[in-house]
Design a binder for this molecule. Structure first.
Ligand SMILES: Nc1ncnc2c1ncn2[C@@H]1O[C@H](COP(=O)(O)OP(=O)(O)O)[C@@H](O)[C@H]1O
Ligand SMILES: [Mg+2]
Length: 253
């Protein structure tokens, strides 16, 4: 059964040393192949912890984790070829240009030569960066750096793209471009796991959303259907508050 899913976790538990409660508390994630799945939770709920475990960057205490039918952590070597990770923290070389950054990162993924050059050009154009590609990253806006950070996760054409809060701190123009391109990438066949605490973005672009609280999924479904079956809640945010008594977003945002 786990083979049916791009990402599968069962009873996933993670407890950090010194913390009295588990950060992930029997998390069951079932992300169908080809879907655009929004995993949504407030800050500090365990979103980045989840991603780090999926990508083999952190150990877990119990449960089962599978990516594309492969086992974490025993088959991580194969898994790394199929996933593209866009981390929350920008992981780039500031003194190099956007193009140079992408070429180095592509090389680390084993993409080289003409194929690499073509992919870099194509992605820079798709994400509106062709004219700034040869400028040093220090001259980029926050939104432009975020876009390069995202492209870095796409260079090896992953089957599964995992993005940790890809639109935090970006201007409206970059945000729209990022969301539009993610929809296209998903339509081209890539499974997308979109992790965010911006409910309204996920509501627009995701075909399944999973709301997380207390280290597990508390509600999952198609955003339109969830809204229809809870007409008293005018949006997902209201539904989340009804379910958990908590705000999704920090009030100062
Ligand atoms: N290395 C760590 N050691 C101890 N606690 C951690 C560590 N990393 C994260 N945490 C804690 O785990 C919880 C979830 O963190 P995180 O996964 O980063 O949440 P999110 O990405 O949803 O904001 C937070 O309470 C955070 O302080
Ligand atoms: Mg996080």
């Amino acid at each position: 059964m786990p083979d049916k899913f791009a990402i599968f976790t069962e009873g996933l538990v993670k407890r950090y040393k010194g913390k009295s409660n588990s950060t992930l508390n029997s998390l069951d994630l079932r992300i169908p192949r080809g879907s655009m799945y929004g995993l949504l939770a407030p800050n500090g709920a365990g979103k980045t912890t989840t991603i780090d475990i999926l990508c083999g960057l952190k150990k877990f205490d119990s449960g089962r984790v599978m990516i594309d039918g492969l086992n974490v952590p025993s088959e991580l070597g194969e898994i790394k070829k199929v996933i593209g990770l866009v981390p929350q923290e920008i992981a780039l070389f500031p003194s190099l240009t956007g193009r140079e950054n992408l070429k180095i990162i592509g090389g680390m993924y084993g993409v080289e030569g003409k194929v690499l050059n073509e992919r870099v050009d194509d992605l820079l154009t798709r994400f509106g960066l062709e004219n700034s590609a040869d400028r040093q990253l220090t001259q980029y806006s926050g939104g432009m750096k975020r876009r390069i950070n995202l492209l870095a996760g796409l260079l090896h054409k992953p089957k599964i793209l995992i993005l940790d809060e890809p639109t935090v701190g970006v201007d409206a123009q970059s945000r729209n471009l990022i969301l539009e391109e993610l929809v296209k990438i998903n339509k081209e066949g890539t499974t997308v796991l979109f992790i965010s605490h911006y409910l309204e973005e996920a509501e627009c672009i995701c075909d399944i959303v999973g709301l997380m609280d207390g280290g597990k999924i508390v509600l999952e479904g198609n955003p339109v259907e969830l809204a229809r079956s809870n007409p008293e809640c005018k949006n997902l945010e209201a539904l989340y508050i009804k379910l958990t008594g908590k705000q999704m977003r920090d009030t100062y945002e």
